[in-house]
Design a protein around this ligand. Structure first.
Ligand code: DGJ
Length: 728
């Protein structure tokens, strides 16, 4: 619910459990008044006090009054160079050369439904569920208008934000910074949690108290990155899974981003999130509009668990567009870890042969099927089938796979090119590079200039022809390097600051075209695993390969970190062979299955090399997953322990919405002598219901939650256990 109080000049956004308020203050400055647990109403700006503070200047309209400063009040969308010295949200370069921005409230409008964003991913939904608030701000001197957009999804406690900047004057203006979210607090005793890592170890949480000054995470790699995720949490110092105030903020963007928090001199704090100003500038001709990507916030008054569950529901229902919505997705087998690029059609069919009988339903052909792709030195950019590997073309292979009773999926990496390719030989200027420099190689490949329509059209045409040549139901879209030498031959010198963002817009346009032309195809995103795991890509690719690290023990941590924002159904996770390719660790097949079920679930191995016992395990696992897939992918998710604490086990749980079913999964750590007697307290049950556990006994929800379930002593390293609870 969005309310405007004309007397108090407040806009109040209510969700089921939270309230957000902004207020039009003196001189039409828009202040942020409150974000926290739901309140019944009123003007929540009353604690804000005017005071004369040294070195905090006063707006020109204040005359000689010294008690009002932009520097001391919480701002709804911070400005630049006009008296607020904290993190700016916007920075303009004016025709005079000045780099300032000063915004004043003009008007606001509330309407039903959800705003959309041109060419950018955004949450969506109908008039029943969503409301939009549009606030117009104006910089009179610069003749620039800023529209602040808010989408309210009450049921999920979700508030989305986006910003449009319009040049309403007659001269060209340049936008040098444009955040999507600015969130001020009149306190700084908060912790900041960020999700960091590297290739093969993504999204590990890091928590630290805010300290004076700016602390930030970002990406300048052209993709959202393995290193830092565009999702952060600000929370009470003592917040945990079940209690404490926490606010999660995600940016729906797949390129360079910045998430920065600042604790200021008066122990206030600010979070700013949006496009990274690094190498960014956007020319706005008179009348032109720039749209910043969407950000989304969930505030939970009772801990991280509730925050995550709200994000999960919102992402599943209102962000992802899934061709398989309402249907169980096929359990897949991918051959990458078994063969890498070294395969023939016969080899693939051999791997696929036993798969249907083991319960697998989709075969995914990974990297290596196109052009002169014998290794990673050649082939990218030439999207036609290598008939030496696949005689008779794609159709012949797909027919053989389909004859086994399986669907077929294919790997692509449309944004990349090898120098050893027909494409690069014909169009070297289609790769990003700076004149006079040698391009940096990453995995022996260069990045195509996806900011260019002609480049995208060419690649799209090739890929469309391949997809149209056979019955393909799944695509894995990979991206295996970061962007360097970011310069486009298609833009003039004074517009090179647009290339990073135009590249991302190009990726979105390409993805949207694929979705439109092949609406039945499920697309899995991937960037060397989880290098582009963000809310932006999820709008186009309903699932994303979580990490190139398939080691079950490392995956416990990667998937745990990922779960703070993203639902289990979006996390690409497979059972692979041991010793694991990354860690060389040997874990039981049971454990690998339980961990991969904390995701999309599939296999990534040569099934023809499995022992009869292993095949029996695969059969059991696929049957179990299919039976409980709805519960796992659609249920409420609970983290029961933190794998980074090196406790005796890592446990998590899925609970059905009616609380009549739950699945608890647990993996132990390395075995140690004299193991303790452990009891696991289960969460999210109905205290009044009685449950059977793995088909036996009768236990009240209340007892299982308060007293817990006695765990058996599991001998051996990294053992797994699953408890299926069903109400009587
Ligand atoms: C990186 C991906 O994450 C892998 O799963 C695999 O598809 C390779 N790329 C192929 O090059």
């Amino acid at each position: 619910m969005i309310l405007y109080d004309a007397q108090d000049k407040t806009y109040t956004l209510h969700t089921k459990n939270t309230t957000y308020q902004m207020k039009v203050w003196d001189y039409n400055i828009l202040l942020h008044a409150y974000y926290g647990p739901r309140l019944s109403g009123g003007d929540l700006s009353y604690p804000l006090r005017c005071a004369d503070r040294g070195f905090s200047p006063n707006p020109s309209e204040a005359g000689t009054s010294r008690t009002f400063s932009l520097d001391t009040f919480p701002q709804e969308y911070s400005t630049c160079g006009v008296g607020d010295f904290r993190l700016p949200s916007i920075e303009l370069e004016l025709p005079s050369g000045s780099r300032t921005a000063d915004l004043r409230y003009v008007s606001g409008e509330v309407r039903r439904g959800k705003y959309g964003l041109e060419g950018l991913p955004a949450f969506y939904g109908g008039e029943e569920e969503w409301e939009t608030l549009s606030i117009l701000l104006r910089d009179a001197a610069a003749q620039v208008e800023v529209e602040l957009l808010y989408g309210v999804r009450e049921e999920y406690d979700l508030i989305t934000r986006a910003v449009r900047v319009k040049n309403a004057g007659n001269e060209t203006v340049r936008l040098c910074r444009c955040a999507s979210l600015c969130l001020d607090f009149v306190r700084s005793d908060l912790d900041l949690i960020t999700f960091n890592g590297a290739h093969v170890m993504e999204r590990c949480p890091s928590r630290a108290p805010l300290r004076p000054g700016v602390q930030s995470v970002d990406s300048v790699r052209g993709a959202s990155s393995h290193q830092h995720n565009p999702f952060v949490i600000l929370c009470d110092r003592d917040a945990n899974e079940d209690s404490g105030l926490c606010i999660g903020a995600m940016l729906l963007y797949s390129g360079n981003f910045l998430a920065a928090a600042e604790a200021d001199q008066f122990e206030n704090s600010r979070l700013v999130m949006g496009l990274n100003p690094y190498h960014f500038s956007w020319t706005l001709e008179p009348g032109a509009v720039f749209t910043a990507p969407e950000a989304a916030m969930v505030c939970s008054p009772c801990g991280f668990g509730q925050m995550s569950r709200q994000f999960h529901k919102a992402i599943r229902k209102d962000l992802i567009r899934d061709p398989w919505a309402g249907r169980r997705k096929p359990v897949l087998i991918n051959h990458w870890e078994a063969t890498e690029m070294y395969f023939t059609a016969d080899k693939l069919v051999k791997i696929a042969q036993d798969a249907p009988e083991l319960g697998l339903e989709l075969f995914v052909m990974d990297d290596g099927w196109f052009g002169a792709r014998l290794d990673d030195n050649a082939g990218l950019g030439d999207w036609f089938v290598n008939e030496n590997k696949l005689p008779g073309g794609l159709r012949a292979l797909v027919d053989r796979i389909k004859a086994l009773g399986m669907e077929f999926g294919i790997w692509i990496e449309p944004e990349m090119v090898n120098e050893d390719s027909d494409l690069y030989r014909a169009h070297p200027d289609w790769a990003l590079n700076v004149p006079g420099r040698g391009p940096s190689r990453g995995r022996n490949q260069l990045v195509l200039d996806f900011s260019r329509q002609d480049v995208r059209d060419h690649i799209y045409g090739q890929i469309k022809a391949v997809l149209s040549s056979a019955d393909v139901s799944y695509i894995k879209w990979d991206m295996n390097r970061s962007l360097t030498e970011v310069w486009s031959a298609a833009l003039p010198a004074d517009r090179q600051g647009e290339v990073y963002h135009r590249y991302v817009l190009g990726v979105y346009e390409f993805a949207e075209r694929l979705r439109r032309d092949f609406p039945h195809i499920l697309i899995e995103g991937c960037s060397g695993g989880g290098g582009r795991f963000d809310g932006g890509m999820l709008h186009y690719t309903p699932q994303i390969w979580c990490s190139d690290n398939t080691d079950a023990v490392d995956r416990l941590r990667i998937q745990y970190g990922t779960s703070f924002c993203y639902p289990v159904s979006t996390m690409g996770a497979h059972v692979s062979a041991v010793p694991n390719g990354v860690s060389k660790r040997i874990t039981p097949m049971e454990t690998r299955g339980v961990v991969a079920m904390h995701g999309t679930f599939g296999y990534e191995m040569d099934l023809s090399k499995c022992t009869p016992e292993e095949k029996e395990t695969v059969r059991r696992q696929t049957a179990f997953f299919k039976e409980h897939c709805d519960l796992i992918h659609d249920g409420d998710y609970y983290r029961l322990s933190d794998p980074f604490r090196n406790g005796p086990y890592t446990a998590w749980e899925h609970v059905s919405h009616d609380k009549r079913e739950a699945l608890v999964s647990l993996v132990t750590g390395p075995f140690r002598g004299a193991p303790p007697f452990l009891t696991l307290r289960i969460k999210g049950l109905d205290p009044a219901l009685r449950y059977r556990v793995n088909g036996e006994g009768s236990w009240s929800g209340e007892v299982l939650m308060q007293v817990g379930w006695p765990l058996p002593i599991l001998r051996g390293d990294y053992q797994a256990l699953q408890l299926y609870l069903e109400a009587e």
